[in-house]
Design a protein around this ligand. Sequence first.
Ligand code: FAD
Length: 489
Amino acid sequence: SVNPTFTGMHIQHNTLRRVNSLASLRAFGSPRNFSSSAPRSKPRLVILGSGWGGYEVLRGINKKRWNITVISPTNYFNFTPLLASCAVGTLEFRAAVEPVRRYTPEVTAYQAWCDSIDFKRKILKCMPATALPPLRRVPNASHSMTNGAIVSERETDSRTFNLHYDKLIIAVGAYSQTFNVPGVKENAYFLKDIRDARAIRTRVLECFEEANQPIITDDERRKLLHFCIVGGGPTGVEFAAELHDLLHTEIRRHYPGLARFARISLFDVAPTILGSFDSGLQQYASKKFTREGIRILTSHHVERVEAGKLFVKEEGEVPFGLLVWSTGLAPNPLIQSITDVEKHPKTESLITDDNLRVIMKDTGAPDPDVFAIGDAAMIRDVPLPATAQVAYQKAKYMTKKFNVLGKDKEHVTPFQFHNAGSLAYLGDWIAVYDRTKVESGPKTKEAGRLAWLLWRSAYFTRTISIRNKILVPMYWFINWIFGRDLSRF
Ligand code: FAD
């Protein structure tokens, strides 16, 4: 069992008197730290992850009814649909993130990884995602920052700590898929997080500054300014489009001698790009890209990556200055480590019932206290796409459930996904909008400027904070008037 040590910095209302009397004891030289069973007035809810699923639960949940702790290695939420724009400077990074700290101290947040879940004892093992002082044994260590109701203990001889939960929401998302192609992790950039967007932007500008040096040959310039993208899904396509916008505006203006060397190549093993979209929209996107000079290399297999070069089965060696890899999702290591819960045999996603409770392997029944949402989970026999739309709607469902849980009634209506359609930006203020797979309403599709307006208004509407509702259109406007910033930090 876990013994909390607590000095009363974060206290529950009903423990106030007790803490006051302990504070007066302390003044008389009693031991500085003490242990007690966790004082609890509210049930303990732990949310794993601060992405589309976790952050939306955090935002919407009634914080007065739950003693909430968020565990996430990032202390912010990434607005992923805007990452491609940030990667080329159409938007500034701040506009695509929301801080977890907005909800503290009402909520306790640790920037940490959850490494394992003990479903029987309801304990999470976590590891800080921050630097720590050198390891030393700390018997009876003081944990003045622990939430009074959440049991926490730093194990004295390790760098992990434990958390107890009454209810748990798993929303840890997924990792980038590499299909074990050798050299990808070492030599390619991914686009999953705002830090990835920052790294890509720095690298793009670095390629141009390097290529601009007078001692560089034209052949070297051609290699440096070859931008390769592997993965023709919406992320790869949108990044190619945003990069093309950058090359044909600010780069052409400020590096006039270099623009002719710059090329974008988009590789995919599939026969088409935007595979999840309507075939008419796929063709529209392919034709537009080809017309703009973006090479589309579908049915191409990347076999290996080395520093500055790809090895493609159909093309041989392909040199590049930047490689962005976006070929879908791989399971999160935490999800891989879970063995007690039913999982999808291929994707390893946690299987839930339609109330989003995980299904325990030994009983075949749902665990009433553990829920899984977002890219890390799927409802049994209901294949839904791994999108923000699904994660967001599941989070909304969870919020509703948790806001009535414990009241007389329980929210048991099954989760239902309402498909609002898919959007993808194609560059040059053109987008595609696919509503052909929606269940209700007109099954339409749209390509061109109107779809772009929908794309911008959809993401503007979804932007969460008032601050970002101001920042996003402001950066769109500033960059339209003055151009994107080409400074490299
Ligand atoms: P995420 O949003 O990935 O969040 C996972 C969270 O868990 C993160 O905070 C992470 O730090 C944390 N975490 C990871 N491991 C641990 C751990 N061990 N312990 C604790 N926390 C952990 N979808 C759309 O519908 N429309 C779009 O336009 C769209 N555009 C996209 C553009 C890009 C560039 C990308 C990458 C994705 C896009 N998606 C889009 C997909 C969408 O972002 C995902 O489906 C969505 O983020 C899934 O939400 P999630 O909460 O499951 O995971």
